[in-house]
Write a protein that binds this ligand. Structure first.
Ligand code: 4AD
Ligand code: MG
Length: 471
Protein backbone atom coordinates (compact mmCIF):
# COMPACT_ATOMS: atom_id res chain seq x y z
CA UNK A 1 0.00 0.00 0.00
CA UNK A 2 2.98 2.31 0.33
CA UNK A 3 2.99 5.26 -2.01
CA UNK A 4 5.20 4.54 -5.01
CA UNK A 5 8.29 6.72 -5.05
CA UNK A 6 7.68 7.80 -8.57
CA UNK A 7 4.14 7.00 -9.62
CA UNK A 8 3.75 6.68 -13.35
CA UNK A 9 1.16 8.82 -15.06
CA UNK A 10 -2.03 6.92 -15.83
CA UNK A 11 -2.19 8.49 -19.26
CA UNK A 12 0.27 7.02 -21.72
CA UNK A 13 2.66 9.36 -23.47
CA UNK A 14 2.14 12.04 -20.88
CA UNK A 15 4.78 11.39 -18.30
CA UNK A 16 4.70 13.69 -15.33
CA UNK A 17 7.64 16.04 -15.01
CA UNK A 18 8.71 14.19 -11.88
CA UNK A 19 8.98 11.05 -13.96
CA UNK A 20 10.88 12.80 -16.74
CA UNK A 21 13.37 14.23 -14.25
CA UNK A 22 13.92 10.73 -12.82
CA UNK A 23 14.80 9.27 -16.24
CA UNK A 24 17.64 6.78 -16.30
CA UNK A 25 18.78 7.66 -19.79
CA UNK A 26 18.23 10.14 -22.62
CA UNK A 27 14.90 9.69 -24.40
CA UNK A 28 13.52 10.71 -27.75
CA UNK A 29 10.01 12.00 -28.33
CA UNK A 30 9.08 13.10 -24.82
CA UNK A 31 5.97 15.20 -24.24
CA UNK A 32 5.91 17.54 -21.26
CA UNK A 33 2.92 19.63 -20.23
CA UNK A 34 2.80 22.21 -17.51
CA UNK A 35 2.89 25.84 -16.49
CA UNK A 36 5.81 28.12 -17.23
CA UNK A 37 7.46 29.36 -14.06
CA UNK A 38 10.17 31.47 -15.71
CA UNK A 39 11.38 32.37 -19.17
CA UNK A 40 15.05 33.17 -19.67
CA UNK A 41 16.53 34.39 -22.92
CA UNK A 42 20.00 33.10 -23.83
CA UNK A 43 22.03 33.62 -26.98
CA UNK A 44 19.82 32.29 -29.77
CA UNK A 45 17.85 30.14 -27.30
CA UNK A 46 15.10 30.51 -24.74
CA UNK A 47 14.94 28.48 -21.52
CA UNK A 48 11.52 27.74 -20.06
CA UNK A 49 11.14 26.31 -16.56
CA UNK A 50 8.01 24.16 -16.83
CA UNK A 51 6.30 22.78 -13.73
CA UNK A 52 3.30 20.45 -13.47
CA UNK A 53 3.03 20.20 -9.68
CA UNK A 54 4.29 16.61 -9.57
CA UNK A 55 7.46 17.76 -7.82
CA UNK A 56 9.24 20.86 -6.68
CA UNK A 57 11.69 20.95 -9.56
CA UNK A 58 10.76 22.31 -12.99
CA UNK A 59 11.83 20.83 -16.30
CA UNK A 60 14.11 23.04 -18.35
CA UNK A 61 12.74 23.26 -21.88
CA UNK A 62 15.21 24.63 -24.39
CA UNK A 63 13.85 26.36 -27.51
CA UNK A 64 16.32 27.18 -30.27
CA UNK A 65 15.55 30.44 -32.03
CA UNK A 66 16.09 28.66 -35.34
CA UNK A 67 13.71 25.75 -34.54
CA UNK A 68 10.06 25.84 -35.65
CA UNK A 69 9.07 25.59 -31.99
CA UNK A 70 10.30 29.15 -31.48
CA UNK A 71 7.31 30.50 -33.40
CA UNK A 72 5.25 30.09 -30.22
CA UNK A 73 7.72 31.97 -28.02
CA UNK A 74 6.16 35.44 -28.34
CA UNK A 75 3.05 34.06 -26.60
CA UNK A 76 4.95 32.29 -23.84
CA UNK A 77 5.34 34.20 -20.60
CA UNK A 78 5.43 33.39 -16.91
CA UNK A 79 2.25 31.51 -16.06
CA UNK A 80 1.44 30.24 -19.56
CA UNK A 81 0.35 26.65 -20.00
CA UNK A 82 2.42 24.82 -22.61
CA UNK A 83 2.99 21.47 -24.22
CA UNK A 84 6.53 20.74 -25.43
CA UNK A 85 7.63 17.74 -27.44
CA UNK A 86 11.25 16.89 -28.03
CA UNK A 87 14.38 15.04 -26.95
CA UNK A 88 15.46 14.59 -23.37
CA UNK A 89 19.22 15.02 -23.11
CA UNK A 90 21.75 15.32 -20.32
CA UNK A 91 21.85 19.02 -19.51
CA UNK A 92 25.18 20.73 -20.12
CA UNK A 93 24.13 23.50 -17.75
CA UNK A 94 24.31 23.41 -13.99
CA UNK A 95 21.31 23.00 -11.74
CA UNK A 96 19.58 20.19 -13.59
CA UNK A 97 20.45 16.73 -14.82
CA UNK A 98 18.11 16.67 -17.81
CA UNK A 99 16.69 19.18 -20.24
CA UNK A 100 14.19 18.90 -23.05
CA UNK A 101 15.19 20.19 -26.48
CA UNK A 102 11.87 21.27 -27.94
CA UNK A 103 10.96 20.30 -31.49
CA UNK A 104 7.40 21.40 -30.95
CA UNK A 105 5.95 23.97 -28.58
CA UNK A 106 2.21 24.54 -28.24
CA UNK A 107 0.71 27.27 -26.08
CA UNK A 108 -2.37 25.72 -24.51
CA UNK A 109 -3.16 28.74 -22.36
CA UNK A 110 -1.48 32.07 -22.99
CA UNK A 111 -1.03 34.78 -20.35
CA UNK A 112 -0.48 38.48 -20.32
CA UNK A 113 1.64 40.70 -18.12
CA UNK A 114 -1.16 41.11 -15.58
CA UNK A 115 -0.53 37.55 -14.30
CA UNK A 116 0.18 38.24 -10.62
CA UNK A 117 2.88 35.63 -9.99
CA UNK A 118 5.64 37.38 -11.91
CA UNK A 119 8.24 37.62 -9.16
CA UNK A 120 10.20 34.64 -8.00
CA UNK A 121 9.21 35.01 -4.37
CA UNK A 122 6.06 36.46 -2.84
CA UNK A 123 5.09 36.75 0.81
CA UNK A 124 2.33 34.52 2.22
CA UNK A 125 0.03 37.50 2.87
CA UNK A 126 0.06 38.52 -0.77
CA UNK A 127 -0.44 34.92 -1.83
CA UNK A 128 -3.44 34.56 0.47
CA UNK A 129 -5.09 37.35 -1.51
CA UNK A 130 -4.74 35.18 -4.59
CA UNK A 131 -5.48 31.82 -2.98
CA UNK A 132 -6.88 30.65 -6.34
CA UNK A 133 -3.43 30.95 -7.95
CA UNK A 134 -1.08 30.16 -5.09
CA UNK A 135 -0.99 26.38 -5.75
CA UNK A 136 1.29 27.33 -8.65
CA UNK A 137 4.06 28.49 -6.32
CA UNK A 138 6.87 26.41 -4.84
CA UNK A 139 5.71 26.87 -1.24
CA UNK A 140 2.10 25.89 -1.83
CA UNK A 141 3.04 23.14 -4.23
CA UNK A 142 5.12 21.61 -1.44
CA UNK A 143 2.44 22.16 1.24
CA UNK A 144 -0.33 20.55 -0.78
CA UNK A 145 1.75 17.58 -1.88
CA UNK A 146 2.55 16.92 1.80
CA UNK A 147 -1.12 17.39 2.70
CA UNK A 148 -2.21 14.84 0.09
CA UNK A 149 0.35 12.22 1.08
CA UNK A 150 -0.36 12.57 4.79
CA UNK A 151 -4.12 12.39 4.27
CA UNK A 152 -3.56 9.05 2.56
CA UNK A 153 -1.20 7.98 5.36
CA UNK A 154 -3.93 8.68 7.93
CA UNK A 155 -6.12 6.06 6.28
CA UNK A 156 -3.20 3.66 5.92
CA UNK A 157 -2.41 3.90 9.63
CA UNK A 158 -5.93 3.08 10.78
CA UNK A 159 -6.74 0.56 8.07
CA UNK A 160 -3.54 -1.37 8.85
CA UNK A 161 -4.69 -1.55 12.46
CA UNK A 162 -8.19 -2.77 11.67
CA UNK A 163 -10.09 0.47 12.43
CA UNK A 164 -13.38 1.00 10.60
CA UNK A 165 -13.67 4.27 8.67
CA UNK A 166 -17.03 5.90 9.36
CA UNK A 167 -18.53 8.95 7.65
CA UNK A 168 -20.21 10.94 10.38
CA UNK A 169 -22.77 13.57 9.35
CA UNK A 170 -21.90 17.13 8.44
CA UNK A 171 -25.35 18.49 9.22
CA UNK A 172 -26.33 17.71 12.78
CA UNK A 173 -28.50 18.86 15.65
CA UNK A 174 -25.88 18.21 18.35
CA UNK A 175 -23.20 20.57 19.57
CA UNK A 176 -20.74 17.90 20.66
CA UNK A 177 -18.33 20.23 22.38
CA UNK A 178 -21.16 22.23 23.96
CA UNK A 179 -19.28 25.41 23.20
CA UNK A 180 -22.04 27.04 21.14
CA UNK A 181 -19.81 27.52 18.11
CA UNK A 182 -22.08 25.97 15.50
CA UNK A 183 -22.85 27.47 12.12
CA UNK A 184 -26.62 27.41 11.58
CA UNK A 185 -28.09 25.37 8.74
CA UNK A 186 -31.57 26.54 7.82
CA UNK A 187 -33.93 27.08 4.91
CA UNK A 188 -36.09 29.56 6.82
CA UNK A 189 -36.52 33.03 5.39
CA UNK A 190 -34.11 35.14 7.47
CA UNK A 191 -36.39 38.21 7.16
CA UNK A 192 -39.67 36.49 7.99
CA UNK A 193 -38.98 33.36 10.07
CA UNK A 194 -42.04 31.55 11.41
CA UNK A 195 -42.79 31.90 15.10
CA UNK A 196 -44.20 34.40 17.51
CA UNK A 197 -42.93 36.80 20.12
CA UNK A 198 -39.39 36.86 18.77
CA UNK A 199 -39.17 33.05 19.11
CA UNK A 200 -38.30 31.21 15.90
CA UNK A 201 -40.38 28.06 15.35
CA UNK A 202 -37.53 25.74 14.45
CA UNK A 203 -39.93 22.81 14.08
CA UNK A 204 -40.98 24.46 10.83
CA UNK A 205 -37.40 24.43 9.55
CA UNK A 206 -36.20 21.89 6.99
CA UNK A 207 -35.17 19.24 9.54
CA UNK A 208 -37.89 20.07 12.03
CA UNK A 209 -35.37 21.29 14.58
CA UNK A 210 -32.43 23.60 15.00
CA UNK A 211 -29.45 22.23 13.06
CA UNK A 212 -25.93 23.26 12.22
CA UNK A 213 -22.62 22.14 10.76
CA UNK A 214 -20.81 19.59 12.88
CA UNK A 215 -18.14 20.72 15.37
CA UNK A 216 -17.00 17.11 15.84
CA UNK A 217 -17.97 13.63 14.66
CA UNK A 218 -17.24 12.16 18.07
CA UNK A 219 -20.72 11.42 19.39
CA UNK A 220 -21.71 9.54 16.24
CA UNK A 221 -18.24 7.96 16.25
CA UNK A 222 -18.95 6.61 19.74
CA UNK A 223 -22.12 4.92 18.46
CA UNK A 224 -20.07 3.09 15.86
CA UNK A 225 -17.38 2.16 18.40
CA UNK A 226 -20.16 0.43 20.36
CA UNK A 227 -20.61 -1.86 17.36
CA UNK A 228 -17.23 -2.07 15.61
CA UNK A 229 -14.93 -1.50 18.62
CA UNK A 230 -12.25 0.46 16.72
CA UNK A 231 -13.35 3.22 14.37
CA UNK A 232 -12.12 6.52 12.98
CA UNK A 233 -13.53 9.52 11.18
CA UNK A 234 -11.68 11.95 8.94
CA UNK A 235 -13.78 14.81 7.75
CA UNK A 236 -14.49 18.51 7.61
CA UNK A 237 -15.32 20.20 10.88
CA UNK A 238 -16.79 23.66 11.41
CA UNK A 239 -16.47 26.12 14.24
CA UNK A 240 -17.89 29.60 14.33
CA UNK A 241 -15.46 30.83 16.97
CA UNK A 242 -14.58 34.38 16.16
CA UNK A 243 -10.92 34.01 16.98
CA UNK A 244 -8.66 35.50 14.39
CA UNK A 245 -5.53 33.58 15.32
CA UNK A 246 -2.93 31.81 13.24
CA UNK A 247 -4.15 28.44 14.62
CA UNK A 248 -7.94 28.66 14.16
CA UNK A 249 -9.95 28.10 11.04
CA UNK A 250 -13.75 28.09 10.74
CA UNK A 251 -13.50 25.00 8.52
CA UNK A 252 -10.82 22.44 9.21
CA UNK A 253 -10.32 18.68 8.95
CA UNK A 254 -10.28 16.46 11.98
CA UNK A 255 -9.31 12.82 12.46
CA UNK A 256 -11.20 11.19 15.32
CA UNK A 257 -10.48 7.60 16.35
CA UNK A 258 -12.65 5.97 18.99
CA UNK A 259 -11.80 2.69 20.74
CA UNK A 260 -14.04 0.45 22.82
CA UNK A 261 -12.36 -1.32 25.76
CA UNK A 262 -9.75 1.43 26.07
CA UNK A 263 -8.77 3.78 28.88
CA UNK A 264 -6.91 7.07 28.90
CA UNK A 265 -3.48 5.41 28.83
CA UNK A 266 -4.41 3.40 25.73
CA UNK A 267 -5.77 6.60 24.20
CA UNK A 268 -2.44 8.43 24.74
CA UNK A 269 -0.56 5.39 23.43
CA UNK A 270 -2.58 5.40 20.20
CA UNK A 271 -2.17 9.16 19.79
CA UNK A 272 1.57 8.87 20.26
CA UNK A 273 1.93 6.00 17.79
CA UNK A 274 -0.26 7.79 15.23
CA UNK A 275 1.59 11.09 15.57
CA UNK A 276 4.96 9.43 15.23
CA UNK A 277 3.77 7.38 12.25
CA UNK A 278 2.73 10.51 10.37
CA UNK A 279 6.02 12.25 11.15
CA UNK A 280 7.93 9.25 9.82
CA UNK A 281 5.85 9.17 6.65
CA UNK A 282 6.65 12.83 6.10
CA UNK A 283 10.37 12.20 6.61
CA UNK A 284 10.34 9.21 4.29
CA UNK A 285 7.91 10.23 1.56
CA UNK A 286 8.17 14.01 1.53
CA UNK A 287 11.94 14.49 1.83
CA UNK A 288 12.10 16.90 -1.11
CA UNK A 289 9.37 19.11 0.36
CA UNK A 290 10.87 19.01 3.86
CA UNK A 291 14.23 20.11 2.45
CA UNK A 292 12.43 23.07 0.88
CA UNK A 293 10.70 24.01 4.15
CA UNK A 294 13.99 23.62 5.97
CA UNK A 295 15.62 26.15 3.63
CA UNK A 296 12.83 28.70 3.21
CA UNK A 297 10.40 28.30 6.11
CA UNK A 298 11.83 26.73 9.26
CA UNK A 299 15.56 26.04 9.71
CA UNK A 300 16.20 22.94 11.82
CA UNK A 301 12.85 21.37 10.85
CA UNK A 302 14.15 17.97 9.74
CA UNK A 303 16.28 17.49 12.85
CA UNK A 304 13.27 18.38 15.03
CA UNK A 305 11.07 15.87 13.23
CA UNK A 306 13.72 13.18 13.44
CA UNK A 307 14.02 13.75 17.18
CA UNK A 308 10.24 13.45 17.59
CA UNK A 309 10.17 10.25 15.54
CA UNK A 310 12.71 8.70 17.93
CA UNK A 311 11.74 9.94 21.40
CA UNK A 312 8.96 9.04 23.83
CA UNK A 313 6.52 11.86 24.45
CA UNK A 314 6.31 13.49 27.85
CA UNK A 315 3.24 12.89 30.02
CA UNK A 316 2.13 14.91 33.04
CA UNK A 317 -1.13 15.65 34.77
CA UNK A 318 -2.73 19.06 34.71
CA UNK A 319 -1.85 19.38 38.41
CA UNK A 320 1.83 18.73 37.69
CA UNK A 321 1.73 21.18 34.80
CA UNK A 322 0.35 23.91 37.07
CA UNK A 323 3.12 23.20 39.58
CA UNK A 324 5.79 23.38 36.87
CA UNK A 325 4.44 26.70 35.65
CA UNK A 326 4.24 28.15 39.15
CA UNK A 327 7.75 26.98 39.97
CA UNK A 328 9.16 28.44 36.74
CA UNK A 329 9.38 31.92 38.22
CA UNK A 330 8.06 33.32 34.93
CA UNK A 331 5.45 36.01 34.74
CA UNK A 332 2.73 35.09 32.31
CA UNK A 333 0.09 37.40 30.88
CA UNK A 334 -2.56 34.99 32.23
CA UNK A 335 -2.03 34.00 35.86
CA UNK A 336 -1.49 30.33 36.64
CA UNK A 337 -3.68 28.71 39.25
CA UNK A 338 -5.35 25.36 39.71
CA UNK A 339 -8.71 25.52 37.94
CA UNK A 340 -7.84 27.97 35.18
CA UNK A 341 -7.36 26.83 31.62
CA UNK A 342 -3.90 26.57 30.10
CA UNK A 343 -3.32 29.44 27.68
CA UNK A 344 -1.11 29.10 24.66
CA UNK A 345 1.76 30.89 26.47
CA UNK A 346 1.58 28.19 29.16
CA UNK A 347 1.36 25.39 26.63
CA UNK A 348 4.36 26.73 24.76
CA UNK A 349 6.39 27.11 27.91
CA UNK A 350 5.71 23.51 28.90
CA UNK A 351 6.56 22.01 25.52
CA UNK A 352 9.36 24.35 24.51
CA UNK A 353 11.10 24.95 27.85
CA UNK A 354 10.15 22.10 30.18
CA UNK A 355 10.10 18.99 27.97
CA UNK A 356 11.34 20.38 24.64
CA UNK A 357 9.07 18.10 22.63
CA UNK A 358 5.51 16.78 22.51
CA UNK A 359 3.75 16.56 25.85
CA UNK A 360 0.50 14.97 26.99
CA UNK A 361 -1.25 16.90 29.71
CA UNK A 362 -3.92 14.74 31.35
CA UNK A 363 -6.62 14.87 34.03
CA UNK A 364 -7.93 18.41 33.76
CA UNK A 365 -10.45 19.91 36.18
CA UNK A 366 -13.94 18.78 35.16
CA UNK A 367 -15.23 22.36 34.75
CA UNK A 368 -12.75 23.04 31.95
CA UNK A 369 -13.76 20.14 29.77
CA UNK A 370 -16.71 18.84 27.76
CA UNK A 371 -19.55 16.85 29.33
CA UNK A 372 -18.63 13.45 27.87
CA UNK A 373 -15.28 13.07 29.65
CA UNK A 374 -15.02 10.44 32.37
CA UNK A 375 -14.97 11.64 35.97
CA UNK A 376 -11.89 10.49 37.87
CA UNK A 377 -12.11 8.94 41.33
CA UNK A 378 -11.01 12.23 42.91
CA UNK A 379 -14.40 13.64 41.87
CA UNK A 380 -12.75 16.81 40.56
CA UNK A 381 -10.81 15.94 37.46
CA UNK A 382 -11.73 14.12 34.26
CA UNK A 383 -9.78 11.57 32.20
CA UNK A 384 -8.90 14.13 29.54
CA UNK A 385 -5.74 14.50 27.50
CA UNK A 386 -4.34 17.24 25.32
CA UNK A 387 -1.23 16.69 23.23
CA UNK A 388 0.83 19.89 23.13
CA UNK A 389 3.70 20.41 20.73
CA UNK A 390 6.33 23.15 20.40
CA UNK A 391 5.35 26.15 18.24
CA UNK A 392 1.80 24.99 17.58
CA UNK A 393 0.44 24.28 21.07
CA UNK A 394 -2.59 21.98 21.32
CA UNK A 395 -2.70 19.60 18.40
CA UNK A 396 -4.82 16.76 19.83
CA UNK A 397 -7.68 16.78 22.32
CA UNK A 398 -9.16 13.55 23.65
CA UNK A 399 -10.43 11.62 26.64
CA UNK A 400 -11.77 8.47 28.12
CA UNK A 401 -15.56 8.76 27.89
CA UNK A 402 -18.02 8.66 30.77
CA UNK A 403 -19.63 5.26 30.26
CA UNK A 404 -21.73 5.31 33.49
CA UNK A 405 -25.21 6.65 32.75
CA UNK A 406 -26.00 8.40 36.06
CA UNK A 407 -22.63 10.15 36.15
CA UNK A 408 -22.93 11.16 32.53
CA UNK A 409 -26.38 12.67 33.10
CA UNK A 410 -25.07 14.54 36.10
CA UNK A 411 -22.11 15.90 34.09
CA UNK A 412 -24.45 16.96 31.30
CA UNK A 413 -26.69 18.94 33.63
CA UNK A 414 -23.64 20.54 35.24
CA UNK A 415 -22.44 21.64 31.80
CA UNK A 416 -25.86 22.92 30.74
CA UNK A 417 -26.61 20.13 28.25
CA UNK A 418 -30.13 18.73 28.51
CA UNK A 419 -29.86 14.91 28.70
CA UNK A 420 -33.19 14.57 26.80
CA UNK A 421 -31.65 16.33 23.82
CA UNK A 422 -29.10 13.53 23.44
CA UNK A 423 -31.30 10.56 24.19
CA UNK A 424 -29.88 8.57 21.28
CA UNK A 425 -26.37 9.09 22.68
CA UNK A 426 -27.43 8.02 26.16
CA UNK A 427 -28.90 4.82 24.72
CA UNK A 428 -25.33 3.50 24.31
CA UNK A 429 -24.97 3.87 28.08
CA UNK A 430 -28.34 2.21 28.67
CA UNK A 431 -27.64 -0.85 26.56
CA UNK A 432 -24.25 -2.50 26.41
CA UNK A 433 -22.16 0.40 27.62
CA UNK A 434 -18.42 -0.16 27.85
CA UNK A 435 -15.25 1.73 28.74
CA UNK A 436 -14.04 3.61 25.69
CA UNK A 437 -11.77 6.45 24.67
CA UNK A 438 -10.82 8.54 21.67
CA UNK A 439 -9.28 11.77 20.48
CA UNK A 440 -9.30 14.36 17.71
CA UNK A 441 -6.26 15.47 15.74
CA UNK A 442 -6.58 18.77 13.89
CA UNK A 443 -5.13 17.92 10.48
CA UNK A 444 -4.11 21.51 9.70
CA UNK A 445 -2.40 21.91 13.06
CA UNK A 446 -0.44 18.77 12.27
CA UNK A 447 0.51 20.12 8.86
CA UNK A 448 1.73 23.34 10.49
CA UNK A 449 3.88 21.26 12.78
CA UNK A 450 5.34 19.10 10.05
CA UNK A 451 5.98 21.86 7.49
CA UNK A 452 6.98 24.64 9.88
CA UNK A 453 4.40 26.91 8.20
CA UNK A 454 3.19 29.30 10.88
CA UNK A 455 -0.30 30.24 9.74
CA UNK A 456 -3.16 27.78 9.45
CA UNK A 457 -4.41 29.73 6.40
CA UNK A 458 -1.36 28.49 4.52
CA UNK A 459 -1.85 24.75 5.00
CA UNK A 460 -5.48 24.51 3.86
CA UNK A 461 -6.29 25.04 0.18
CA UNK A 462 -9.04 27.62 0.68
CA UNK A 463 -9.07 28.97 4.23
CA UNK A 464 -12.35 29.96 5.89
CA UNK A 465 -11.73 32.47 8.65
CA UNK A 466 -13.77 35.37 10.02
CA UNK A 467 -14.43 37.69 7.08
CA UNK A 468 -13.08 35.34 4.46
CA UNK A 469 -14.78 32.64 2.39
CA UNK A 470 -14.21 34.11 -1.05
CA UNK A 471 -12.50 31.39 -3.06
O1 4AD B 1 -10.04 19.64 21.43
P1 4AD B 1 -11.15 19.54 20.44
O2 4AD B 1 -12.23 20.58 20.50
O3 4AD B 1 -11.75 18.07 20.66
C1 4AD B 1 -12.85 17.57 20.05
O4 4AD B 1 -13.49 18.09 19.18
C2 4AD B 1 -13.17 16.17 20.49
N1 4AD B 1 -14.57 15.89 20.14
C3 4AD B 1 -12.21 15.21 19.86
C4 4AD B 1 -12.43 13.78 20.28
O5 4AD B 1 -12.16 13.44 21.41
N2 4AD B 1 -12.91 12.95 19.39
O6 4AD B 1 -10.57 19.51 18.96
C5 4AD B 1 -9.63 18.54 18.58
C6 4AD B 1 -8.51 19.17 17.78
C7 4AD B 1 -7.74 20.25 18.52
O7 4AD B 1 -6.77 19.70 19.36
C8 4AD B 1 -7.13 21.02 17.36
O8 4AD B 1 -6.00 20.36 16.84
C9 4AD B 1 -8.24 20.95 16.32
O9 4AD B 1 -9.05 19.85 16.65
N3 4AD B 1 -9.04 22.19 16.30
C10 4AD B 1 -8.92 23.15 15.38
N4 4AD B 1 -8.11 23.27 14.31
C11 4AD B 1 -8.24 24.36 13.55
N5 4AD B 1 -9.13 25.35 13.78
C12 4AD B 1 -9.97 25.28 14.83
N6 4AD B 1 -10.87 26.25 15.03
C13 4AD B 1 -9.88 24.13 15.68
N7 4AD B 1 -10.56 23.75 16.78
C14 4AD B 1 -10.02 22.55 17.14
MG1 MG C 1 -9.30 20.95 22.83
Amino acid sequence: MAQADNPVSWRQNRPRIREILHSEQPRGDVVAEGWVRTVRQGKGVAFLAVNDGSCLASLQVVVDAAAPASAALPRVGTGACVRARGKLIASPGTGQRWELIADELVVLGPVDETYPLQKKRHGPEFLREIAHLRPRTNLFGAVFRVRSRLAFAVHRFFQERGFLYVHTPIITANDCEGAGEMFRVTTLDPFHPPGTGGQVAWREDFFGEKTGLTVSGQLEGELFAMAFADIYTFGPTFRAENSNTSRHAAEFWMIEPEMAFADLTADCDLAEEFFRYLVKVALRECAEELAFFEEYVSPGLTARLEAVAAADFGRMTYGEAIEQLQRSGRTFAFPVQWGSDLQSEHERFLTEQVVNGPLFVTDYPAELKAFYMRLNDDGQTVAAMDLLVPRVGEIIGGSQREERLPLLERRMRARGVAPESLNWYLDTRRWGSCPHAGFGLGFERFLMYVTGVENIRDVIPFPRTPGNARF
